[in-house]
Write a protein that binds this ligand. Structure first.
Ligand SMILES: Nc1ncnc2c1ncn2[C@@H]1O[C@H](COP(=O)(O)OP(=O)(O)OP(=O)(O)O)[C@@H](O)[C@H]1O
Ligand SMILES: Nc1ccn([C@@H]2O[C@H](COP(=O)(O)O)[C@@H](O)[C@H]2O)c(=O)n1
Length: 244
């Protein structure tokens, strides 16, 4: 299915990719819902958290301490990572190593916030994200993370805060991580949100950002709600964009 496209003002025959920016706290459904939304719209999907995770994985692999900013920044020079943006062919690689699964391990999750709070890391990755969004061959791209609506793509035509109350998020995460106790899963989720929200505010919607609260929605209903916001915002953007 082909999704909506945004008109450009300069050339009526040219289109720029529609950027759908989605932020939210841990376990709110950003990755799974964004990927399903991208699939439904025929768009690309950019998982920015996976890039922060890949960097944390690389540091642990090279025995660099993620809490030492100078060492982390120095490692960026030879940080060679690639991420798949086709929602049907998702992968994360560091050099020749496929780390798609490894970056979800608790040891990486436990290290990632320290890495993400370093300003040089944020600006280095932000540039990568912007170039991936700009160069996509798809009609649009759904990019999800913590600062996409506010820092990475504040001018995106569609900006969404995807949220759910803490109880629902903890329950969903616990279901996935069957090897860990619900208490440990809940504590890890809360600690990470607290650390991350000292760096960027993803708990409340910035001006112009639409909130989708999935607390009382199942997965399919949440995807439909997000697709509905995209179609509505793109239709409005096209109505108000002058044609030449
Ligand atoms: N509306 C929903 N109802 C039930 N389960 C859901 C819903 N939305 C997402 N989920 C499930 O919740 C779990 C967490 O979702 P997901 O990993 O996409 O969250 P996330 O926001 O990307 O988390 P993190 O930031 O920690 O990576 C997944 O198992 C997903 O399938
Ligand atoms: N835009 C973003 C995305 C992620 N982070 C940091 O990465 C961690 C992992 O993200 P997940 O979405 O995969 O859970 C997250 O805890 C943040 O520390 C970020 O800072 N900005």
């Amino acid at each position: 299915m082909t999704g909506p496209t945004a008109d450009t003002t300069a050339d009526p025959h040219a289109t720029v990719p529609v950027v759908v920016a989605i932020d939210g706290p841990a376990g709110s459904g950003k990755s799974s819902v964004s990927r399903a939304t991208a699939r439904a719209l025929g768009f690309a999907y950019l998982d920015t958290g996976a890039s922060y995770r890949a960097l944390a994985w690389n540091l642990l692999d090279k025995r660099v301490d993620p809490s030492v900013p100078d060492a982390v920044v120095a490692s960026l020079g030879d940080f060679d990572f690639a991420i798949g943006t086709d929602p049907d062919a998702y992968f994360v690689r560091v050099g020749a190593t496929d780390v798609t699964e490894a970056i979800r391990e608790p040891r990486v999750t436990g290290a990632v916030s320290a890495v993400a709070r370093i300003p040089e890391v944020r600006s280095w990755l932000t540039e990568r994200f912007r170039s991936i969004m700009r160069d996509t061959a798809f009609d649009g791209i759904v990019a999800e993370g913590r600062d996409i609506t506010t820092v990475v793509a504040p001018d995106a035509p569609v900006r969404i805060l995807l949220t759910a109350d803490e109880e629902a998020r903890m329950a969903r995460r616990s279901k996935e991580l069957t090897g860990e106790s619900a208490a440990a899963v809940g504590e890890a989720l809360r600690t990470r949100d607290q650390a991350d929200s000292r760096v960027v505010d993803f708990m409340k919607a910035a001006d112009g950002v639409t909130t989708v609260d999935s607390t009382h929605l199942d997965f399919e209903q949440t995807v439909s709600a997000v697709v509905g916001v995209v179609n509505d915002r793109v239709a409005r953007t096209n109505e108000t964009t002058p044609r030449h």
